[in-house]
Design a binder for this molecule. Structure first.
Ligand SMILES: [Zn+2]
Length: 398
């Protein structure tokens, strides 16, 4: 579909849509991360235009996916961003008992891919747009929809950079990932990297003439495992997480050609998940120093073309808790919850926080149903999410 036409031309008359009908519409778009999300974005843009709300789209490099950002209420800085990702994880090889992209109700639950993670929250926010418009908001409410969150929060940074560069800065971001409306005020970060190890190949009988990429990849891996061990033993620790320390994982390795050939190539994918308070750049610099200062020179001594390159695959900054912050105070007020919780998953909240927007993770549904076959959101949670956003409107109009 073309998103180039002016929205006004295509906008039909304003549609009022109950939250549940909105959810059914959103679920029907197969926005698995590998696919384009433009059909969904076009639908949302038209819907918002029908209510007199302009959308700002920020595309990926190949114009196949877009983030959408829309502001309601008075212009200017402040107010709240309601943030959600439009993509969903694949349904491939999962035993669904019915079409994952057709919303269905059973036993007090709404089933479908994305119901809890996290089209449910988006549907509630969109369905309440007419109420927001009618409320005469004194503080802005912004809607921020991203792509490629499930691939490592890859899409949102472009939209967040656009907000920072070109728009008045909101004060608070509520990331509506499913927390059963508990206040998620902290999560670990996730930093993923690819190591590309290049050696020199040759016959395996003449190892003195070659450089095994696999052998040096193994040294790099052992170094990472030693670092992991150090963090496990020495901390820092945060008892709000399981486990309470920074973790490392080498998740993929691929290399070599045959047992009788010295390996020329080896690729390693690894990540670490720092708890808030561990400075990620320090960890990365330490690994880089080992690669460029130790392994690299040792490899090049034997073959000038040999070496190790490290590239960033994904960056999800941690959400750093800020007790008593405006986001926490607002979410407390809207939910009545007193306790905060640490989250076992990464979100876009840390990315908002990085540009100075105070962020909290709070949304309906449970993360236990996320990514599962027969994903669902309980009707009671869906209704609680609607109440939550209605209270937000009350707050924003006061
Ligand atoms: Zn999610």
């Amino acid at each position: 579909m073309s998103l180039a036409e002016p929205a006004a031309k295509r906008a039909a008359k304003p549609q009022r849509m109950a939250a549940r009908e909105m959810l059914a519409r959103l679920i029907a778009f197969d926005t698995t991360s590998a696919k384009s999300n433009l059909a969904l974005i076009g639908f949302v843009r038209d819907y918002l235009a029908g209510h007199g709300v302009e959308s700002r789209l920020v595309f990926d490099d190949v114009q196949n996916k877009a983030n959408l950002y829309a502001s309601l209420g008075p212009g200017g800085p402040g107010g709240v961003v309601l943030s959600g990702h439009t993509d969903v994880v694949p349904v491939t090889d999962q035993p669904w008992s019915a079409d994952p992209f057709a919303l269905r109700e059973s036993d007090g639950k709404l089933y479908g891919r994305g119901t809890c993670d996290m089209k449910g929250f988006i549907a509630l926010a969109l369905a309440l747009v007419p109420e927001m418009q009618a409320a005469g908001l004194k503080r802005p409410i912004h809607i921020a929809l991203s792509y490629d969150e499930e691939l490592g929060c890859l899409g949102a940074p472009r939209m967040i950079a656009d907000i920072k560069a070109n728009l008045p800065l909101p004060e608070i971001a509520i990331v509506g990932e499913p927390t059963r409306l508990k206040l998620g005020n902290r999560h670990k970060g996730c930093y993923g990297f690819d190591l590309t190890v290049t050696g020199r190949d040759g016959h395996s009988s003449a190892t003195h003439r070659g450089v095994s990429a696999i052998a040096y990849a193994a040294r790099a891996i052992a170094y990472l495992e030693d670092m992991a061990e150090r963090f496990r033993r020495e901390g820092p620790f945060d008892p709000g997480f399981d486990p309470p320390y920074t973790t490392f994982n080498v998740g993929e390795i691929e290399g070599g050609t045959a047992v009788n050939i010295i390996a020329r190539h080896c690729k390693v994918a690894w990540e670490f998940r720092p708890i808030p308070g561990v400075e990620p750049r320090t960890v990365i610099a330490e690994v880089e120093a080992f690669l460029t200062g130790n392994l690299g020179p040792r490899m090049r001594e034997k073959a000038s073309e040999a070496g190790i390159a490290m590239s960033e695959a994904c960056v999800v900054p941690p959400l750093v808790p800020r007790p008593g912050s405006p986001a926490e105070a607002l979410a407390r007020r809207l939910t009545g919850a007193n306790d905060t919780v640490g989250l076992a998953f990464g979100t876009e909240a840390g990315q908002f926080q990085e540009i100075g927007i105070d962020a909290i993770v709070c949304g309906p549904g449970s993360i236990e149903q996320a990514h599962q076959p027969d994903e669902f959101i309980e009707l009671s949670q869906f209704a609680a999410g609607e109440d939550f956003l209605r209270r937000l409107i009350e707050w924003a109009k006061a």
